[in-house]
Design a binder for this molecule. Sequence first.
Ligand code: SF4
Length: 313
Amino acid sequence: MKVKEAIFQWYQENGRHDLPWRQTSDAYKIYLSEIMLQQTQVKTVLERFYFPFLERFPTLQSVAEAPLDDVLKMWEGLGYYTRAKNLHHTAITCKGILPRSPEELGGLKGIGKSTAHAICAFAYHEPLPILDANVKRVLCRYFAISVKNEKVLWERAWELLHVKHPYAHNQAMMDIGAILCTPKNPHCNACPLSFTCKGKSAPENYPKPIKKAKVLTKKRFALVCEHEGKLGLIQRQEKLLHGLWGFMQVDEVPEGIFLGKVMHTYSHFKLELEVFKPFLHVKIKNYFTCKEIEKLALSTVDKKILKLLNLKK
Ligand code: SF4
């Protein structure tokens, strides 16, 4: 049996057919799942985010009509908030209706080539391969590629694609990467690619592991400013948490009362945040009651500060 047929067969018998984004041909729902799954595990997306988001925003049109703050609020806790901002931007740009061609889709903010192909393959069964992190790992091992190279990987993805069954093929490749061809201890015995896999004798060499840089710890200071029983918050401008509300942070130790410390780990660094109530007046435009804060989209680190303040009361 040819490898393409073996992958197809394996998917019929072992694929994760019950995932909700596999039971729809609605391009918006498929697009949403692809974006949510980019940096987040299936379990988390499934248990906490996919359904509540769709309940609040059942169509891309409803995303386009909502203020960004509402979209961010529904994204709260999922992290990588640029994804939510791009989704909102894209919804407005295409007036609530996604284009059908992969080229046009790929031109929209936050939709890369692989996501564009995934939307077209899953919603319209177009014969296009995808290349997410799991698929890249499978291809590197199957073709014994030691150094990841986008151009080479796309060529290999096209080579392996089952053009008659692009939907099942791509879903299978994602499942094989997630379930069988795992980063550590892959289950080659159960893998449909096993009989022609060039890398199965030493899968850990494909691709060659890159030494991870040491995670840096940044130390900063958060300012808790109160005015008439309200807390002063700013809307973040920096790339990582853009659009979310939170306590002002500074690099220098402020003069004030030390309230405690919170830690938070981001993908590339750890943040150690000492929380102060400053003695001097700090210029902050927006003050909110606790009830109002509940309605704002806050980052996890700012929620930790709120928890710290509640513990202090
Ligand atoms: S045979 Fe092993 S190394 Fe090769 S693709 Fe399958 S799980 Fe990965």
